[in-house]
Design a protein around this ligand. Structure first.
Ligand SMILES: Nc1ncnc2c1ncn2[C@@H]1O[C@H](COP(=O)(O)OP(=O)(O)OP(=O)(O)O)[C@@H](O)[C@H]1O
Ligand SMILES: [Mg+2]
Length: 282
């Protein structure tokens, strides 16, 4: 799905029903998830302050920002790990309450955390089905699980894995990342969130994971990827969202940014080259 320039500008008005009067921009059909006024406090720490963000289907949104900027807190809020202190979320224009990971799964939100949470001593099929094994007459349905695993990896164009019966501990970093992504998307995922998926990877493994991200978005899945690596960001993202000290300071199509302006936004929260969300007018 293509986003129109109108719904991608840096100063786009919020669309949710809770918005103040005066924001007349109609909801875009391409927007899968909308966050409005999301705030999250941990005691005295305001980790997120009034975040408004639209996540379109079929596009890769890179969430960038310095250490402690609030990126992980934001995705954990979307993934149902943290309930927001205040604010609203809309899924295809309808207000939703995502307060547990199970709620997130219900909407097709799959999150791959940085530690991947795979079991090294189990093979790929066992990892894919951990905690949700298929059974047939009270026995594990190994054939179905193996076939679905093989097909899922094939759908994601993962070709470097020799056997789905290979123990995960023997896989390379990129292959492990692929298994974690495959596990996340095996059930009907509509939004896949990846926290630093290439942080520990070499050049060719990074290329594989970036290709996997492109495959997801080409299938119409919305992707949010947290990354500190601007090479990855500029290679794979359609959109950028910049967090600074808990605030979303800028977001828009990748074409609105270059590396210098992205670095400026990350380190200072503003850039003369990119209109900030708080200073530009509609
Ligand atoms: N469980 C928690 N309890 C208290 N404070 C927290 C908690 N989780 C995060 N914070 C605080 O919220 C702020 C944002 O943290 P967060 O982990 O979201 O940053 P980040 O952008 O993901 O950083 P990094 O790039 O280092 O991963 C930080 O000040 C952090 O100390
Ligand atoms: Mg983080």
């Amino acid at each position: 799905m293509e986003a129109t320039p109108e719904n991608n500008d840096l100063t786009s008005s919020p669309q949710g029903p809770s918005e103040p009067a005066g924001s007349e921009v109609a909801p875009s059909t391409d927007v899968l998830l909308s966050l409005r006024g999301i705030t999250k406090s941990f005691g005295a720490v305001q980790a997120l302050q009034h975040v408004d963000l639209d996540i379109p289907a079929g596009q890769v949104t890179a969430l960038i920002g310095d250490n402690g900027a609030g990126k992980s807190t934001l995705i954990k809020t979307i993934a149902g790990i943290w309930a927001p202190t205040s604010g609203s979320m809309y899924w295809e224009g309808q207000e939703v309450h995502i307060h547990t990971p199970r709620d997130a799964t219900h909407y097709g939100i799959a999150t791959v955390y940085q530690d991947l949470a795979l079991c090294d001593n189990l093979d790929i099929v066992q990892n894919m089905y951990l905690g949700r094994e298929e059974t047939k007459m009270a026995l594990l349905d190994e054939i179905t699980m193996e076939l679905v695993t093989t097909q899922t990896l094939k759908d994601l164009a993962v070709s470097s894995v020799k056997s789905v019966r290979q123990v995960v501990g023997s896989l390379s970093g990129g292959q492990r990342q692929a298994v974690a992504v495959a596990r996340a998307v095996m059930s009907e995922s509509r939004l896949v969130i990846l926290d630093e998926p290439t942080a520990a990877l070499g050049v060719s493994q990074t290329a594989q994971v970036l290709e996997l991200i492109r495959t997801l978005s080409s299938r119409g899945i919305a992707v949010i990827v947290i990354s500190h690596n601007l090479n990855d960001v500029f290679s794979v993202a359609d959109r950028i969202a910049v967090m600074y000290l808990g605030t979303l300071v800028s977001h828009g199509p990748i074409a609105n940014y270059d590396r210098n302006s992205a670095v400026e936004m990350i380190t200072t929260g503003r850039s003369d080259r990119v209109p900030s969300l708080h200073t530009s007018s509609n």
